[in-house]
Design a protein around this ligand. Structure first.
Ligand SMILES: NC(=O)c1ccc[n+]([C@@H]2O[C@H](COP(=O)([O-])OP(=O)(O)OC[C@H]3O[C@@H](n4cnc5c(N)ncnc54)[C@H](OP(=O)(O)O)[C@@H]3O)[C@@H](O)[C@H]2O)c1
Length: 241
């Protein structure tokens, strides 16, 4: 990926312990123009020659602001955290299954946490060159494409994330005209998050995390500031909000 012509770009991956996050770290490690990859997780992850682990928790804003101070301006920041199910939360199949707890959990991880990362990292993006802030959203967060229903809290938290990305893009265009702020849909990817929902997915439509990360880095490499504020799929197609 050519993020610009400098041989010493800094990348930052939030959620490096996750399936897709770890794959981004691996793929970025192989990129010759990337000098350092700051890899954030709430657990310990392996360092590599170019990998600088750091710890943060989405529910702890201080941990995010401290990370921003430590890391400095990233040329590429990718937020790969997210939650669809947990020990206490299962995606709703009908409106009767909704609970305040599930909404609170989904919004805390999928919406508020990434918004706080933007709060502390977007102002740090370089003003004099191209930079990228990307968050992993999901196609199911598109309101206009929703024909299936269900998964109320997850869908709503990703739709809200998409709105926040549009808002951030509008604001950043005023101060950082070369910045690109986008949401990405990775496809259906074989990770812990999708594991309970993979039945019925055709094998050729269930991607490895490495394939998804490679395709998304390719998409990012081709975006321009005019693309800022939008949601793109792994194949480069724009998904309407
Ligand atoms: N897999 C798919 O098919 C698919 C499809 C569409 C969209 N997505 C989106 O892609 C993103 C990555 O998903 P994935 O499949 O890689 O899921 P995953 O393997 O379950 O990874 C989720 C990541 O989020 C982190 N996380 C959760 N809560 C956190 C918190 N409070 N603080 C810090 N980190 C936290 C997890 O950290 P721990 O390891 O500490 O739990 C983990 O690193 C998500 O936003 C997901 O919604 C995935």
């Amino acid at each position: 990926m050519q993020t610009n012509s400098s041989p010493s770009l800094n990348a930052c991956v939030f959620g490096a312990s996750g399936g897709i996050g770890a794959a981004f770290v691996r793929r970025l490690h192989a990129e010759p123009d990337i000098a350092r990859i700051y890899a954030g997780a709430r657990s310990t992850i392996e360092a590599g020659p170019k990998v600088r682990p750091f710890s943060f928790d989405l529910s702890d804003e201080v941990s995010i602001s401290e990370a921003a101070q430590k890391i400095g301006p990233p040329d590429l920041a990718i937020v790969t955290t997210g939650m669809l199910h947990s020990a206490d939360v299962q995606p709703e199949k009908s409106l009767k299954m909704q609970t305040p707890e599930a909404y609170a959990a989904a919004f805390a991880v999928n919406t508020i946490g990434p918004a706080l990362i933007g709060k502390h990292f977007l102002p740090q993006l370089p003003k004099d060159r191209r930079s990228i802030f990307a968050v992993l959203s999901a196609r199911v967060g598109s309101i206009s494409e929703n024909r299936l229903g269900g998964w109320h809290a997850y869908r709503a938290s990703k739709a809200a994330l998409n709105m926040i990305i549009r808002n951030f893009a509008v604001e950043m265009a005023r101060t950082h005209p070369q910045a690109i702020v986008v949401a990405l849909h990775p496809g259906t990817v074989d990770t812990e998050l999708s594991q309970p929902f993979q039945r019925g997915v055709a094998p050729e439509k269930l991607f490895t995390a490495d394939y998804a990360a490679e395709r998304m880095l390719q998409v990012l490499s081709e975006l321009t500031p005019e693309d800022s504020g939008q949601l793109f799929a792994w194949d480069g197609a724009r998904i309407p909000f």
